[in-house]
Structure formats: C-alpha cells, structure tokens
Design a protein. Sequence first.
Length: 171
Amino acid sequence: MSGIVEADETFFLRSFKGARKMSRAPRKRGGKASKRGTSTEQVPVLVLRDRSGATSDAVLESLKVAEIYRVLTPVAAKDTMLVSDGAPAYASFAFEAGMGHVGLTGRRGERRRGIFHIQNVNAYQSRLKTWMRRFNGVATKYLPNYLGWRRMFERNGDAISPQRCLLAALA
C-alpha cells in the first residue's frame, strides 16, 4: 500500500461458536461484552485502506505496539503517509519506518486535517460489520477467513463468479 493509507482498528466479540469446550460461561443469544472498551472479550482487527481502495486487514492478538508493527511492516511502503486515530503505536511505527504520520484525535472533535481523514477506513468497517451480522457471530478462529471473503467482495463487486472465487482461493 502506498500514498495516503488510513489505519484504524475495530472489534468483534470473541466467539467460541461450535466449540465443545470454552474458557468462559456461554452467553445467551449473542450479546455484548460485559465491560465497555477493550477487553479480553473482544478481538481487535486492524484495517488499512489506501485512497485507491486497496484494503488489508489482520486479526491482532493484542493492541500492543509490537503486534501493530508485525502487521504494518509488510504492507506499508516507505512513501506512505499513515493517517490514524491518536493511538501512539501508529506514530511510533511511522517514525521507525521513516514515513509521515497524521494522528487525528476524536476527543478534540478533530475528524479531518486538510486532506487527511480516516473516513474511508471507517466506511469500510461499517460495511464489514453490517455484512458480518448476517452470520450471527462467527467463531474467532475463522475470523481471518471471513475478512478475506469480504475483501474479495469489495474488490470484485458484482463481477463475482465461481471461477473468480476459485482463482482467489488459489492466489
């Protein structure tokens, strides 16, 4: 990815759908996390999207700096201008990688700074969450597969055919 790349994380409720043994008590009819904000009940997913529509996403094990470095390093080119929320991990990564960074802090009501915003990635996350609702929760271990499936829909639109799905699976 190059040019202006927007980065943001979204969260999915941790799910053991189909598992015979769980590390927690079962929830009744889907549900919400018992704690607000980030917790072990939610799985973070980092989504990157550049202005040409190229998308990358990854399930994170945690929101630690090393985990974000692991995901961003192979996909962000040196000429990238990284635009993110105010999380310090993105600024640290951009500094280490020698790329520009614009951190937008929503607390001060800052949604954009000139041409820099994270609305493309937020719109993608909204479409992703809406699309995922039809499955009534997916098992966390299969979440990367569903993310890839959604990227394929975004990339190909109405031109999806069985042949394209097989070719995408082989690539």
